[in-house]
Design a protein. Sequence first.
Length: 597
Amino acid sequence: MLFGKHINRYYLRYGWLLLLGIAALVAVDTNMLKMPELYRLVVNGLNSGEGVLADGTVVAFDMNFLLDEICRPMLFILVFMAVGRFLWRICFFGSAVRVETDLRGRMFDRCKDLSRQFYEREKVGNLMSLFTNDLETVHECFASGILMLADAVLLGVMAFYKMLRMHGLLTLFSLVPMILLFAMGAIVGKSMRQKWQKRQEAFSDLSDFSQESFSGIAVIKAFVKESKELLAFRKLNRQNEDTNVAYTKISTLFQIFVTLFVESIICVILGYGGYLVHEGVFNAGQLVEFIGYFTSIVWPVMAISQLIELRSRGRASLDRIGDLLDTPVDVEDADDVEDVPPLTGKIEMKHLTFRYPGADYDSLSDVSLSIEAGENVGVIGKTGSGKTTLVDLILRTYNIPDGTLFLDGHDVNRIPIRTVRKYAAYVPQDNFLFSDTIGNNISFAADGELSPERIEAAARLSDVHGNIDEFPEKYETVLGERGVTVSGGQKQRISIARALMKEAPILILDDAVSAVDTGTEETILKNLRETRRGKTTILIAHRVSTVEGMDKVVYLEDGHVAAVGTHNELCETCPAYRNMVELQKLQSLSESKEAAK
Ligand code: ADP
């Protein structure tokens, strides 16, 4: 049984299923407690040769009595218990599966709303362990928890009542130690929860590390750092083992202690009960019946001890899941956002200063810039000058101050984020591709049914159709994780094709042609100019040759706009830009000389 802000709702939602399960449990438990009465009849019958019927009539303890009064009811009880157990399992475990599914859906829903900032902070491995290990624990705790609690209470109370009716003092002897056991369980439970939390954290670290190693396997191999990685993995694996051992130690010790405790109580019952038989207070059959009731209580007590352990784990995992579900969505619409007419692509920045959350310097300072709808703009500058930050802000990836960024004259903070992103297409720097077919990757950005011709047209524009056509499966070629079966340049061009499918009024390409040769780059740029006439295109580049044909070039230096104008204007007015142009010319000259040798 697990309670908490994020789980209480399910007790109401699946209350009917849980109540049905509890009803089945009551029926099973009631019948189960009839068994000790049958043991008494058999033991006493064997001793005295007489059997006692339900109405108190004494008859001979013969084959007929055995069949009618013992075997038949016993068979009925067993069948009934089997059916009842099946029913409550379906009810409890079925509702737990639904809880897990719903929680997973809510977690994914929250994850999709969380900003990029969250994913920069949070590691993928940790998120994966929340979705696997922690959810599994909550599932287990929800199902088994209710079952154990209901069974422990029902069976415990009923058996206790029957024992009390037989002999008060003997019952007291058997139950006082149980209360002590409860108290101890509560104390040990806290420590077990802490240990479980540590165990889960160690597991997260391990998953993080494995995930990162697999993603970066090319780098690891290139630098021959396999042994270093192995050593680091071993260390984390050992930590994971240690936390597991620490948890298993305490939980096993607790289980052993409970078993020992229960068995010692049986010794007490046998001792004192034997004395009562000797004194004639009890007969042998009654002692067997009493022990039968006590053994029915053993399971509930064991269950309670397991429940304490299970709850400790469940609460630790639920806390971790709760942290995710309670993570505030930091980039979201303000209350006063309003839908706007379709955006045309006019962008204006007014004294925009931006600092990444938690950073101690501004990445953009006092940026003022105006981009008309339909303009082709190149953004250039040294690494770290703020190019990516500038375009990310247009997509509203981070929060920015009011009155600093306008789209079609509307303050971006007054437009729904979905609207902003609906009118923009983006080619990210890392060119992430899904493990899906090339066709599906290209059509990802567009809505609705798409004809193969449209997909092919986009691929032609980004000059990748020729490469795709050479694959045996063509557009049906499935890309491996992160598109490992295609080259860097092909990845970039598939990403461009994906963005072009959207036909958005604003297209942002972040260093999107860096891995293609200059000939291909020229083709792509020419195609972009032709197909995106009247639409805004912003292209971040490192090579001057990429941006020199643009309507406007923005030259960034240390987070501020150092110059804006055409390539020729910047060459005349901005010495830093001119230097960069000359430097790149020299570089390409020496490269071509090298190639000619
Ligand atoms: P460019 O694209 O020109 O290489 P960026 O826009 O990526 O530059 O980065 C500009 C500055 O902002 C750099 O100093 C960089 O270290 C910093 N920066 C970039 N991303 C983050 C981030 N997520 N958190 C904190 N600082 C960042």
